[in-house]
Write a new protein. Structure first.
Length: 272
């Protein structure tokens, strides 16, 4: 029988994270946790500090105070506060961006292969002299084969040799996710994955995110403004406003929370 008092197995924890840019307090004392295997949302109005929090987690910003703790596997955890992005990625955290960041002049296949190089065993320069380093040549073939497999699993196989910038918008979104998955993460951060999508694409995204979690054994934290997506896929939601967490809970509780309504729609709507 499971002890109900046992602590939850969290893959990520933020404790008192504060970030200042000069006189601007971008994130103020942020304390939150993401349960292993969960799909968690981080929402709030524009300028609330959501992407800043993502940047702290993934090493793009070092917090002024507080710490970030990551647990790649149950029973193992380490502080990743202030680690550079490539070290955070090596630890098992991958992300996408609000504005798609792909290598537009490279093929879709090459974009995914780039993600895999974070796990490359041999030195990068060995690939240029593969005739002298058979092991490096074998590893390069493995990386290419795995990239093809990822493209197939995400429904992008027909674009494998196409220039990435020529892909339809929705396919570019999936390509960025495929590249993130190539790093073999256990924790995936999605920054506004529904941005720019039509209603049908947003509806399809719900099942896609669930499939990512289940098929790749991921924990997922997402920022999203599309409330249908947030309420439809997230199991727990944290709400930021002006750099401070103002609420957290199940989707139904967040939807009815007066402080959340006020943050999004204004005091008049909250008290109407």
């Amino acid at each position: 029988m499971t002890d109900a008092r046992a602590p939850r197995d969290n893959i990520l924890s933020l404790s008192g994270v504060t970030l200042r840019f000069g006189g601007l307090l971008a994130v103020n004392g942020m304390t939150m946790a993401v349960p292993r295997g969960g799909i968690v949302g981080l929402i709030g109005p524009n300028g609330a500090g959501k992407t800043t929090a993502f940047n702290v987690i993934t090493g793009f910003y070092k917090p002024t105070s507080g710490y970030v703790e990551f647990s790649h596997a149950p029973g193992e955890s380490s502080r990743i506060t202030g680690l550079p992005p490539h070290r955070v990625c090596e630890a098992g955290i991958a992300r996408t961006f609000q504005n798609i960041r792909i290598f537009g002049n490279e093929t879709a296949l090459q974009n995914v292969m780039v993600g895999a190089y974070v796990r490359q065993r041999g030195a990068w320069w060995m690939n240029m002299f593969s005739f002298a380093f058979p092991a490096a040549a074998r590893e390069e073939r493995e990386i290419a084969d795995n990239a093809v497999s990822l493209l197939e699993r995400l429904g992008l196989e027909k674009y494998a040799l196409a220039q990435a910038s020529s892909l339809p918008y929705g396919a570019q979104r999936r390509l960025e996710i495929a590249r993130a998955l190539a790093t073999r993460p256990s924790f995936l951060l999605l920054d506004e994955p529904a941005a720019g999508m039509n209603p049908q694409e947003s509806a399809d995204l719900l099942n896609f995110i669930r499939r990512l979690r289940d098929e790749f054994s991921l924990s997922i934290l997402l920022i999203e403004h599309d409330m249908k997506v947030v309420m439809g896929v997230c199991e727990h939601i944290w709400v930021l406003d002006q750099g401070e967490l103002i609420a957290n809970g199940a989707p139904a509780d967040i939807k009815a929370n007066p402080r959340v309504i006020e943050a999004y729609l204004g005091k008049e709507a909250a008290h109407a």
